[in-house]
Write a protein that binds this ligand. Structure first.
Ligand SMILES: Cc1cc2nc3c(=O)[nH]c(=O)nc-3n(C[C@H](O)[C@H](O)[C@H](O)COP(=O)(O)OP(=O)(O)OC[C@H]3O[C@@H](n4cnc5c(N)ncnc54)[C@H](O)[C@@H]3O)c2cc1C
Ligand code: HEM
Length: 416
């Protein structure tokens, strides 16, 4: 994204609104999750068609509500505080997510109306006209930047926002592990496969047996299949009384070869740059789906680039795509693989027992890190690597859900 946009941002908010936002940011932050929790039911009551665009799992867990709240607060802080961390990564992630779901500029009016309405509902009479105006300005600045970035991304991908999805036929279904399948998808229209940067995801829209239509994001787990792409889906099991994951269960159990899925253009900025620096790909569980396309890409384009893969899983049997990653890794001059399993088989003398621990493994200087897995896993990896002197801006991460980290992540180590 252009840095000019970022540099220009602090002066965008009018002086009058900046003072009001500075005075009220604390109160809004303290109530932000309450506000966004009110916002969604209001909006869905008036626009039930949006239930088919928003991930209802993230609604049930409240994660989307928290991500929206955190992003608006972080955006406001970044407008009034020149010392605030840069916001471009957060903006870019949201814009990519939006374009994968076909979000259009006119929908910002709906969201704005209900979000500001929810502010009024929660804060009541405390919201004077001056406060309402100031936060309205913040919302529309954010919206305008998102709309502009989304227009750029739609254009770059050659996608008409009125028709953001294309039909893909399931041509193969592969059982990778007991709980993981891969689907090989081929465009079912006239057009060829879009350009996919390794590490990017697509939004897949599924018509569920209960009549609901739901989107989910899946990383393109292989881009080395000619006119086809592959996604790899780990079944999510409900824990502590929560239901099993809707879409992952449907794809694991019910989708069959020959059926068609609606799929978005590739999106996401979890993408390796073409420098020749060494790479560490640290994944856990379903995060392995980001590793294979990156290793494939390096094997194709820079086979002499150093790549270290480190993966954590429950057991070797749960470690999806393992053999394929090792097979492609053999095409590299300098490839090392480490594994950590919660339970290591008696004949496995290469894997470590327990959670991933990167304190001891040899790391070349100037390593670029790509990490993908559950948030506590990535926090742990990041903190170990910062302690080892890896610079914060060399560490990229991908969250398989609404990003509850981006708006808070500090740029520098927080520990002594
Ligand atoms: C950028 C990105 C890339 C991704 N790539 C991959 C990938 O390559 N492979 C992959 O497998 N996944 C990937 N994911 C995750 C994927 O998009 C889905 O989130 C995942 O498949 C779960 O979806 P689901 O419909 O099965 O679960 P959901 O139905 O959405 O449920 C999610 C969670 O919410 C809980 N829940 C649902 N309803 C309730 C309720 N009423 N009360 C309490 N808890 C509830 C469920 O128990 C479950 O734990 C990616 C996500 C993102 C954002
Ligand atoms: C300024 C306005 C907006 C802000 C600040 C905003 C913010 C966000 C954030 C932070 C996320 C989570 C991104 C992530 O995955 O990490 C998100 C996702 C999403 N947004 Fe927006 N958004 C805005 C406008 C809109 C509009 C106008 C729509 C259209 C109705 C929309 C629909 C969605 C949907 C469907 C998702 C995915 C939700 C999910 O997967 O649970 N957003 N947005």
């Amino acid at each position: 994204m252009s840095t000019t946009l970022q540099e220009a941002t602090p002066s965008l908010l009018s002086e009058r609104s900046a003072a009001v936002v500075a005075a009220t940011a604390g109160v809004v932050a303290a109530h932000a999750e309450q506000i966004t929790a009110r916002f969604y039911p209001r909006m869905f009551a008036e626009h039930p068609e949006l239930l088919r665009v928003f991930n209802q799992g993230n609604q049930a867990t409240g994660e989307q509500s928290r991500a929206l709240a955190a992003s608006v607060v972080a955006y406001a802080v970044h407008l009034i505080d020149p010392e605030a961390p840069p916001f471009d990564r957060v903006l870019e992630r949201i814009a990519y997510k939006h374009i994968s779901l076909g979000i259009r500029p006119e929908q910002y009016t709906i969201v704005g109306y209900h979000l500001l309405g929810a502010v009024g509902e929660v804060l009541g009479d405390a919201v004077t006209p001056a406060i309402a105006d100031a936060w309205n300005e913040v919302y529309w600045l954010f919206a305008t930047q998102l709309v502009a970035e989304e227009a750029r991304l739609y254009q770059q991908a050659g996608v008409d926002p009125a028709r953001p999805l294309r039909p893909y036929r399931v041509v193969r279904k592969i059982e990778e592990t007991q709980d993981v399948i891969s689907l090989i998808l081929e465009p079912a229209d006239e057009a060829g496969l879009p350009e996919i940067s390794p590490g990017q995801y697509v939004s897949v829209f599924v018509d569920l047996p209960n009549g609901q239509r739901q989107p989910r994001q899946y990383t393109v787990s292989s881009t080395a299949l000619g006119n086809r792409l592959q996604i790899t889906v780990r079944r999510v099991r409900g824990a502590n009384g929560a239901p099993d994951g809707q879409v992952s269960t449907y794809l694991n159990d019910h989708i069959t070869v020959g059926e068609t899925l609606e799929v978005s253009a590739p999106a996401g900025d979890f993408v390796v740059q073409s420098s020749n620096g060494p790479l560490l790909l640290a994944s856990a569980g379903a995060g392995i789906t980001t590793v294979l396309p990156i290793v494939e890409h390096i094997a194709r384009t820079q086979p002499n680039r150093t790549v270290i893969v480190a993966h954590a899983d429950r057991t070797a049997q749960d470690h999806a795509l393992r053999d394929t990653v090792l097979h492609v890794g053999r095409q590299l001059d300098n490839f090392t693989a480490y594994t950590w399993y919660e339970t290591v088989g008696p004949d496995d003398h290469r894997s470590y027992q327990g959670f991933m621990d990167l304190t001891e493994i040899p790391l070349p200087a100037n390593i670029q890190v790509f990490t993908c897995g559950p948030l506590p896993f990535m926090r742990h990896i990041r903190s170990t690597l910062l302690d080892r002197g890896v610079s914060a801006d060399s560490i990229r991460y991908e969250v398989f859900g609404p990003d509850l980290w981006a708006a808070q992540i500090p740029d520098e180590p927080t520990h002594p």
